[in-house]
Structures are given as structure tokens and as C-alpha cells.
Design a protein. Sequence first.
Length: 355
Amino acid sequence: MRLRSALCSAASALSVLTLLSACGGGSGSTATSGGGKPLVGVDYPRSDTDFWNAYIKYTPEYAKQLGLSLKTTNSQNDVAKLAANTQTLILQGVRGIAMAPQSTFAIAPILAQLQVVRIPVVTIDTRPDVGKVYMVVRADNRAYGEKACTYLGTKLGGKGKVVMLEGDLASVNGRDRTEGFNDCMKKNYPGIMVFGEATDWDGAVAAEKLQTDLTAHPDIKGVYMQSSLALSGTLHVLKQEGLLAGPKDTKHVFVVSNDGTPRELKDISNGTIDATVSQPANLYAKYALYYLKAAIDGKTFKPGKTDHESTIVQVREGLLEDQLSAPLVTVDGGTYGGVPSLKSTDMSLWGNSLG
């Protein structure tokens, strides 16, 4: 019901874009700022997590470096607001839009209308289930789940029980991380029982479900959080249950997070959690704008290695994805089940260099 309502709202808001197309608005726009810089729009998906707040901080810095003028909006994890924000950006005369749609199916009508008015789109962190964009900038999210699985599987010796606090399965990220983790466990660690809990990217829901699982299964020894938004709640529940113990304590529950925020890195260093997979918030901001500029300049790309240590892959016909590096991070920088990691103090990590 919620998805249907959101789609209807999005379609209503985007009717204005159809009018713009009919009247020539947006199509072939050559808008620039007063200083002659190409004008682009960036919609921030939310501002309630350390990861996305870091992305918001980096975006204007890279716009300045790349010689772009910037208009921004925030859709607050709501596809109807994203549709309305897109309308606003079009009316402001942007020549390209970067967005991070959290519902990767419901974005289809917005992308279709933007294609009509010939405004290139770069999606960040997520990939649309249908529809075309100029480039997707994200990391291999299946690998996130696989790295978390391998770390926990190694630490638990292939036996025991773990909880996976999933994101939103309406998002390609939630699906990829879940499938990567589950497939890895089934193949490599069949002796580990996984309790998968959908959280809709909501920290309070994650904490509640973890509490329920620990009550029913007090011998749970591992937690994989698909997003750092579940971190505070997870630590609170473990402390409440008397399980927030150091890595050498027999009560210790191994916790793997996902994002690489400054707090996660500090928590790894002090032994509060054990590992994370660092999503490159800084590079998401940089290459979102890099590809918007490239689109404005008429450049095209093909699958293969890039000059910035990533790989462009063809996800489906007409859809390319630049998969940036997202390393496993641990306290010792060791190798786990063949997966290398960086030390939590490594200054190449954005979470350690964020000013």
C-alpha cells in the first residue's frame, strides 16, 4: 500500500515535467551559474545518518573542485518528495541530476520523465530496478554481505548463530547485501544458523528485532548490520543483555557493521565492535559530480578498469555501474578467509580523514 501511494504521488508530481517537455523546458538546457559554471542538481536521500551527512559535506567540496555550480534538495527517504524535488531542480534549470533513490523500483516514473526532457541522471549508492541513467556510482553490495559473512564465519569457526539486520528489501542494496551474506553462509559455513531480520533501514526496528532474537536465542554470537544506523541500538541491546564484552571475553558477540563512519572506526579500535565494510562516502560525492560533468561534456564510457582504481560493469543493456572500492576494516588489518582488510586506523579511510 505504501509503495502504491508513493508511485501515485510521484506520477502526480512529475506531470509538470511532461508539460516542461512539451514546451521545450529542460530539453537541451544550457544553464550555467553567473560565473559560467554548469549548473547541476543533487538530491540528498536523507540526513539522519553519519554516512549520508558525510556525503552531504563532501558534495559541495567536489562541486567546487570540478568547476560545477550546485543546487541541492533532500528527499528524506520519500519517493514522492524525490519526485517533487526533481521538478524543482528542473525548473531551476539544472543540466544534470545526481540522486540516491532508496526505493529502487519506485524511481522508474521519475527516470522516464527525465529521459524525455533529456536531463542526464547519475544514481549514487543504489541502482534502479528499471529505467536508464547515465551512470550508477556504487560499490559491489553483494561483496559487502560476502565480506561480513567471511569475517563472522572465520571468527566463529563455522559454527553458531548470527543475526543479520537487513536493510529494506525494496532497495537493491538491501537485496544484494542479504543475498551475498546468505549465499556465502550456505556455501562456506553451513554450520552457522542465520536469523534474517528486515529493518527498513530503521535503527529502532533493528534494535527491537535484535532484542527479540537474543531473548529467544541467548547463544547468538554474531551480528551483521547492513547499515551503521543500527549501531547505537545494537550496542544498547548488547549492553542491556550483559553481552557488550571485550573481544577476548567468552561473552563477546562479534559485530560487523557497514559504512565506515568515524564512530565505527573508533569502536573497532577500542574493541566495542569487530569490523565494518567501508562505503566510500567521499568517492560517491566525487564521482557523482564527475559523471554529471562528463554527461554535460558529451563523454561516453565502456565496461572495464578506470583510472581511479575501480571497475565499470554493464549491469544490463544500456546501464553501466562504476563499482568503487569498499574494503573490510578490522582492528589488526588481517586477512580473514582469504579476504584482506585495512586497519581501523588507516588514514586512507574516509572515516579517519573527515574533518
